[in-house]
Design a protein around this ligand. Structure first.
Ligand code: EPU
Length: 337
């Protein structure tokens, strides 16, 4: 463990924004993590996971604590299911691939999501009809102030759409050190309802898909719409899909009869922010090196040298355009620093 000074955070954020960390420490195990938490006050640290859900708009004057804890462990196994624990610093997609290689089912729809295992509960990552809350058993954490360890079971996490207790009541209070999953070993329950998965499988003439087939379908859909951060900097969906009441939906439908929506409950629906942004004419828009992705308007991209501020300004421009056209306030999904 080494304390580095004045390093660029460009390799540590998927937007590829070039800001500096005044001090940087990467911890590889819990002992190192505890050592750092003892040495620094919580307020002196900036905790960094996979850097896939953040937009850095300025140099970081705090000490950046990079959570790089590694390890995957099978804790329990029966004929039907397996309990697997992954350390927070494991790359999410590599962990999904490990599970697929071992024929552990449950994570296939979450293939190719950027980021690390440890940040997956914070925003309850989700895609193609599955959310983290559906597969997580518990996550283990350490309190940043008291250093005491606490296990959060799924029911304790107040999971919602891109939301959890770690974003609200306990924001910045805990560091997640590992996440433990319950996965199937046979009779996998497949989630194919999300329109394009079924279509993708049919296009490949697969009628009894395996979990590996579902993963391949998800990867192919994602690759067709979402830019790979290794090629073009981005943070996935920049905004959340807004949740509105049925009466707001009805008013909007008068002017936009083709507006797609997903029912959440009897009171509310979710609107696709990508659809709203596309109708403002901003899909594919580019201002310098900051842009709106050509294939998916919900994703903002860094074509190379955009600063965090350039991307933040573009996001503000989009928010204003959506507000003006639909009277809807978009909320960012990405955390802006
Ligand atoms: N749409 C447009 N134009 C666009 C983008 C989308 O008209 O530019 C329309 C689509 O035609 C479709 C609807 O919007 O009718 C929904 O689009 P899509 O299926 O691509 O999903 P999304 O709602 O835009 C969400 C998640 C993604 C996740 C996909 C699949 C959020 C904020 N985003 O996107 O998550 O992969 O569903 O489940 O909920 C992420 O969080 O980083 C992310 C990529």
């Amino acid at each position: 463990m080494k304390l580095e000074k004045d390093i660029s955070l460009k390799p540590y954020n998927t937007f590829g924004v070039d800001v500096k960390a005044h001090q940087f420490i990467s911890v590889r195990n819990e002992e190192e993590l505890e050592g750092i938490l003892k040495r620094f006050y919580a307020s002196e640290l900036f905790v960094l996971g996979g850097g896939s859900n953040m937009l850095l708009t300025q140099n970081i004057s705090k000490t950046v604590l990079h959570i790089n804890l590694k390890g995957i462990e099978v804790l329990e196994e029966t004929g039907n299911y397996v309990i697997v624990k992954a350390a927070a610093g494991e790359n999410w997609h590599e962990f999904v691939l490990f599970c697929l290689e071992n024929n552990y089912g449950g994570l296939e729809n979450l293939s190719l999501i950027p980021g690390n295992v440890g940040t997956s509960p914070i925003q309850n990552i989700g895609a193609y009809g599955v959310e983290l809350k559906d597969v997580m058993e518990y996550c283990e954490t350490i309190n940043r102030q008291t250093l005491s360890k606490k296990t959060f079971y799924t029911k304790d996490c107040q999971f919602g759409y891109r939301d959890s207790i770690f974003k609200s009541k306990f924001k910045n209070q805990f560091i997640i050190t590992s996440v433990t999953f319950k996965l199937s070993k046979n009779q996998h329950k497949l989630h194919l309802d999300y329109g394009s998965i079924q279509k993708e499988l049919e296009a490949n003439s697969i009628d009894s898909p395996t979990i590996q087939d579902v993963s391949k379908a998800v990867i192919s859909i994602r690759e067709s719409k979402l830019p790979n951060p290794k090629d073009i900097g981005n943070s996935g969906s920049f905004f959340k899909n807004p949740v509105v009441s049925h009466s707001v939906l009805e008013t909007l439908q008068n002017d936009f009869p083709n507006l797609p929506y997903y029912k959440i409950d009897d009171n509310s629906v979710k609107l696709p922010a990508g659809w709203l942004i596309e109708r403002t004419g901003l899909k594919g828009y580019r201002d310098g090196d900051a842009g709106v992705h050509k294939q998916q308007a919900l994703v903002l991209v860094n074509y190379g040298k955009a600063s965090g501020k350039d991307i933040k300004d573009l996001a503000e421009h989009i928010r204003k355009a959506v507000k003006a056209k639909f009277n809807i306030e978009l909320e960012t999904e990405v955390n802006i620093f």
